[in-house]
Write a new protein. Structure first.
Lengths: 102, 416
């Protein structure tokens, strides 16, 4: 039952880096995303590579976070992209990619 | 999971893992439940991660756990996939709400789903089913289990208010909710699969409601439309309640009926004499449907939490303990159904608990029964014989008992 999302994600993406903070997302943006998540996940400190589900995240919280990020950053994240990314660092990367495309 | 128990091996109840997905994919839980009903009617299991639950497997105990909300609450969640995590939609999602609120909402929604309201839909359902069965009659291999996943959408789509272009997506999403570990439906991890599916289904209903509001004008008489019009003491349901209950109705409609269809067809394929019996006497069809529901029990279990210490099954569930009521086992309890592992279309199976028991009894049961009766009347009218054309494949889930593949070859009926 217990999956290993980090390993699987890296395989999915064909990455080999162990860096918790991918080059694509500026550290400041990662910190902002972590801070934003904290508002919806009980206010505790959240690190760049903390797992959304391990933090107690669920779909009703996810709906609020995705809405909020759309308002704050003008980027409409895909639902699948968000839950498969699963950490502030990866989600920040998605935001960065979304901005570049615009 | 297999629907008829194989050779009985030694069962060591202290080592039984009821959450072992292989037990349902390639194994056979029935011999284990048989022993549990006799030797451990209240069974306790601790999972490797420390979560624990109690199981009841006898018919009477299952009815008690499902029916007595003062002892066994639904407000912390009812689906075993979420064991140990309190339901975030408690008190707002109908299935995770206890009386008295539950009684009011259920009554209001249920008026749109009674047998009397369903009856005028019969012709439309029959046309959809005839169309559904057509490709099976050209002599080639027909994967009934795979195709049946789409059957409820075909049948209930118009009734719910869902346009055809959305059916395939919704069928996929509801399957993800019930079997997040099944390779057919898995995305990344179980948690991600569940979250993606919940999120997209709830958002689907929310957007549906928003579009309907923006469009103004009258309703379309659909079930989702009905949810928007429901009034409780003069107040409508909140948008969140509409979204959650709409989600729940989509789920209930999509993920259960297909497995009763394929499991019952498989039972008939394996028992030519039963097939012949009901074909010779179509008045047995309602009986066949009830026996098929008992036999397949697609909703394999539901969960409750003990409110206080509760005595049941010769033991005590401590206050706050999770209790899993194994419907698949209750429907094979020989105190209720003699020779329980015999599939018999002449049996009176009406007391089965495939639709649950008590306040949360399936709200869609009249529609499911109508669909199944029409399905089997058309199948038996048109098909002379059905044979297996490959191995059935079982759903990787301990919550929903069903199949992902059931390849069959059918021959058109030539006798009147």
């Amino acid at each position: 039952m217990e999956s290993s999302p980090r390993v699987r994600r890296r395989e999915d993406r064909g990455e080999v880096s162990d860096s918790p903070e991918p080059a694509g997302a500026p550290a400041a943006l990662v910190r902002e995303v972590s801070g934003l998540w904290a508002e919806y996940l009980g206010g505790r400190e959240i690190a760049a590579d903390d797992d959304f589900f391990a933090l107690g995240g669920n779909s009703l919280i996810g709906i609020k976070i995705i809405d909020r990020m759309a308002r704050d950053y003008g980027v409409e994240l895909s639902v699948r992209g968000f839950y498969l990314a699963q950490t502030p660092a990866r989600v920040a990367e998605l935001i960065e990619q979304g901005r570049t495309r615009q | 999971m297999r629907l008829a128990p194989g050779a009985v091996a030694e069962v060591d109840l202290s080592r039984v893992d009821l959450f072992d997905l292989d037990l349902y994919t390639s194994g056979d839980p029935h011999p284990i439940w048989d022993v549990m009903r006799t030797e451990a009617p209240l069974h306790h299991q601790v999972l490797p991660d420390g979560r624990e639950f109690w199981s009841v497997t006898r018919y009477d105990d299952v009815c008690r756990v499902l029916g007595e909300h003062r002892d066994f609450t639904s407000e912390r969640g009812t689906v075993v996939t979420h064991l140990g995590v309190d339901d975030v939609a408690a008190g707002r999602l109908l299935t995770s709400t206890d009386p008295p609120r539950h009684t009011q909402v259920r009554r209001a929604i249920g008026t749109a789903l009674t047998a009397r309201v369903m009856a005028p839909w019969e012709d439309r359902i029959r046309r959809a089913i005839v169309h559904f069965l057509e490709p099976a009659l050209d002599g080639g291999t027909f994967d009934l289990a795979e195709r049946a996943l789409r059957l409820p959408a075909v049948v209930t789509g118009p009734l719910l208010g869902i346009p055809e272009r959305d059916w395939d997506d919704l069928v996929q999403l509801t399957a993800m909710v019930t079997a997040p570990s099944d390779p057919h439906f898995h995305h990344g991890s179980d948690a991600a699969t569940l979250a993606i599916a919940h999120h997209e289904l709830v958002t689907y209903v929310t957007d549906w409601v928003a579009r309907r509001r923006a469009g103004g004008g009258g309703g379309d008489g659909s079930l989702l439309d009905h949810l928007m019009r429901v009034r409780l003491n003069g107040s409508p349901l909140t948008d969140e309640e509409i979204a959650l209950d709409g989600y729940s109705i989509l789920l209930g409609a999509n993920v259960t009926t297909p497995h009763t269809v394929s499991g019952t067809v498989l039972a008939l394929v394996e028992r030519a004499e039963q097939f012949a019996k009901v074909q010779a006497d179509p008045s047995l069809i309602p009986n066949l449907v009830e026996e098929g529901l008992r036999w397949t029990s697609p909703a394999c279990n539901f969960m409750r939490y003990a409110v206080d210490d509760v005595r049941i099954g010769g033991g005590t569930v401590p206050a706050g303990g999770a209790v899993v009521a194994w419907i698949g086992s209750a429907n094979r309890d020989e105190s209720q159904f003699p020779d329980p592992h015999e599939f018999d279309v002449t049996r009176n199976a009406k007391g089965h608990v495939a639709f649950g028991f008590g306040p949360h009894y399936c709200i869609g049961a009249p529609l499911a029964r109508l669909t199944l009766r029409v399905f089997f009347s058309e199948l038996l009218r048109q098909f002379g014989s059905i044979e297996l054309d490959g191995e059935p494949q079982h759903l990787r889930s301990y919550f929903i008992a069903g199949m992902t593949h059931l390849p069959v070859v059918a021959r058109r009926r030539t006798t009147p």
